[in-house]
Design a protein around this ligand. Structure first.
Ligand code: OFO
Length: 208
């Protein structure tokens, strides 16, 4: 009983989330969970089509999206709200080409960025500056993820239908994903990958 009173007391010392913000954050939790499932499904498609490097990249993306979801879950619960874990929209399971899959990834990241922007706007309207500040990490993350997806698409457009180019792309994306996971911090990882991919493709195109 004493513990319950203590627990309630400590809970009331926080500035609680408004119902509106709590609902908006829960919507984002769901979007991050669906992002994780979407990239997991992409990883499976790539893996069964022999694109091991791309599959590894997508598995990593899926894990990152789950981490984004968990960060939101912890925040909602710590601020006196209740994170809702709900059913999810089933992701697409097949693609006609790997280019189509990366286009879907890029469009999905744009959709997520719009959702984060809307969320930030709500916190501003409600003068919830703590949540506004918390979300700045997501704003920065989306800028990076959108840029990454766009750069990868640009490279894929350079490759076109060339099988040799696809082979190199898949090999490089795998090497970089593994190296990045073991050696680099999250922020540096993608930048190094893009630089490496840029140099490899440049030499490949020059030699063709
Ligand atoms: Fe959750 O980072 Fe992009 O989607």
């Amino acid at each position: 009983m004493e513990w319950i009173i203590f627990f309630n007391f400590t809970k009331k010392t926080h500035i609680m989330l408004s119902k509106n913000i709590e609902a908006a954050l829960n919507k984002q939790i769901r979007i991050e969970a669906e992002s994780s499932q979407t990239y997991l499904s992409m990883a499976c498609w790539a893996e069964v089509h022999g694109l091991e490097g791309i599959a590894q990249f997508m598995y990593t993306q899926s894990d990152e999206e789950r981490a984004h979801m968990l960060k939101l879950v912890k925040y909602v619960n710590e601020r006196g709200g209740h994170a809702q874990i709900t059913d999810l929209k089933a992701p697409k399971t097949s693609y006609s080409t790997f280019k189509e899959m990366f286009e879907a990834l890029y469009n999905h990241e744009i959709f997520v960025s719009e959702s984060i922007n809307e969320l930030v706007h709500i916190t501003f309207e409600e003068k919830d500056y703590a949540t506004h500040n918390f979300l700045q990490w997501y704003v920065a993350e989306q800028i990076e993820e959108e840029a990454t997806a766009k750069s990868i698409l640009d490279k894929i457009n350079l490759i076109g239908d060339d099988k040799g180019g696809l082979y190199l792309f898949d090999r490089d994306i795998q090497q970089l994903t593994v190296q990045a996971l073991s050696l680099l911090t999250q922020n540096k990882k993608v930048k190094v990958y893009l630089e490496y991919l840029k140099i490899t493709l440049f030499f490949y195109i020059c030699l063709c």
